[in-house]
Ligand binder design. Structure first.
Ligand SMILES: Nc1ncnc2c1ncn2[C@@H]1O[C@H](COP(=O)(O)OP(=O)(O)OP(=O)(O)O)[C@@H](O)[C@H]1O
Ligand SMILES: [Mg+2]
Length: 231
């Protein structure tokens, strides 16, 4: 088992009130899994993803990631866990505009203290893997949206994370580029990367091995929530 969340709640203060955003979430993900999470806007998807991704801590509950309880870890330790275990892809690609594709992909290695030659070699391998071997020196504004997202995926994969987290990775893409990104996710998953993605698009959700729906902060069991809903 790669991760296990038990009875996770997340509350936010709202003036004098407390709003319950995530309500008693239980979630288990095995190594090699590929899970899609779907739900209406405001249902708590990003909040849950931020907890899975150690960008935030729960109000209550237990979170075991890679055998370690991270529910109460310090910010520094969470940063370590993120750098060593997790990769992130977002709807807006968050590439640095003044760095080339190669430099963007190599950036996490710079922070990890890897020497320049090794950084470049690994960034080039990662860009080959996402089909951008011929775009290494292009700047983000010289790349299409789909290509930029593939650069972002190469960057997320550069430290060989166990778990790749993607929040609406195809949300800003046309359908052809979206398909390419989903093909890439299939390949990464086939090679052993565990994936959790959030999507609004049923066709995207259907490509994962498992689909869970979240409704008003409650994560439904697999198969619950039905098909054919507006979301
Ligand atoms: N820092 C915060 N403080 C207070 N409330 C918050 C905070 N972050 C999120 N919320 C609330 O939590 C709820 C869930 O937000 P979240 O971003 O998880 O939704 P979502 O399912 O990702 O929606 P979308 O599909 O629009 O991205 C919303 O009602 C939001 O207002
Ligand atoms: Mg969201």
């Amino acid at each position: 088992m790669l991760l296990e969340m038990k009875d996770i709640c997340k509350d936010y203060p709202q003036g004098k009130e407390i709003v319950h955003i995530l309500k008693h979430v239980d979630l288990t993900i095995d190594e090699g899994d590929y899970l899609a999470i779907m739900g209406p806007s405001g249902s708590g998807k990003t909040t849950l993803m931020n907890l899975i991704g150690c960008l935030d801590v729960p109000t209550s509950g237990e979170y075991l990631l890679n055998g370690e309880n991270v529910a109460h870890a310090s910010d520094n330790h969470l940063a370590d866990v993120r750098n060593t275990t997790l990769g992130f892809v977002f709807q807006s690609f968050y590439l640095l505009p003044k760095l080339s594709a190669r430099e963007n992909v190599a950036l996490p290695l710079l922070y990890a203290g890897v020497k320049k030659r090794a950084r470049n070699r690994r960034a080039e391998e990662a860009l080959q893997m996402v089909g951008l071997g011929d775009r290494m020196d292009f700047m983000p504004n010289q790349l299409s949206g789909g290509q930029q997202q593939r650069v972002a995926i190469a960057r997320a994969m550069i430290n060989k994370p166990k778990l790749l987290l993607a929040d609406e990775p195809t949300g800003a893409l046309d359908s052809t580029s979206g398909h390419q990104v989903m093909d890439l996710f299939d390949e990464l998953n086939a090679k052993g990367t565990t994936i959790v993605l959030i999507t609004h698009e049923p066709a995207v959700g259907a490509r994962a091995k498992h689909l869970r729906r979240i409704l008003d902060g409650e994560l439904l069991a697999e198969g619950e929530g039905g098909v054919g809903d507006a979301w």
